[in-house]
Design a protein around this ligand. Structure first.
Ligand SMILES: [Zn+2]
Length: 116
């Protein structure tokens, strides 16, 4: 599934699924899904749109990491389709970004969050 190019089903074919907003169930809502692998787009945090890879690369530069660390983190993020705004929410990105940073650096989470 990591190799999937994710093709959106389009507006007409959405599936109705339960959704949550601010931690509470809000009934059913049409969800987009990928016609290739079936992954459903997370709509719970639509207010915070996913950012492009460049946004996070800027943060890495400002955290004063070594080039090797930046390369390892970037490689990890590219492997999970991090920059794909169609299937990644901002919240998911932040979680993955922090996880990758912790894996390859000793930057503390509160310091990372200050940049997000
Ligand atoms: Zn897919």
């Amino acid at each position: 599934m990591g190799d999937c190019k994710h093709i959106c089903c389009g507006a007409a074919e959405k599936v109705w699924l339960p959704y949550e907003f601010e931690g509470r169930s809000r009934g059913l809502k049409p969800h987009s899904y990928c016609i290739l692998c079936g992954i459903v787009k997370d709509t719970s945090s639509e207010s915070k749109k996913a950012k492009g890879m460049g946004y996070y690369m800027d943060i890495l530069a400002r955290l004063e990491l070594t080039k090797v660390q930046i390369r390892l983190i970037a490689k990890e993020l590219e492997g999970v389709k991090f920059g794909d705004a169609n299937f990644m929410t901002r919240r998911q990105q932040e979680r993955l970004f922090i996880r990758a940073l912790k894996k390859y650096s000793s930057v503390r989470e509160d310091r990372i969050r200050a940049f997000l």
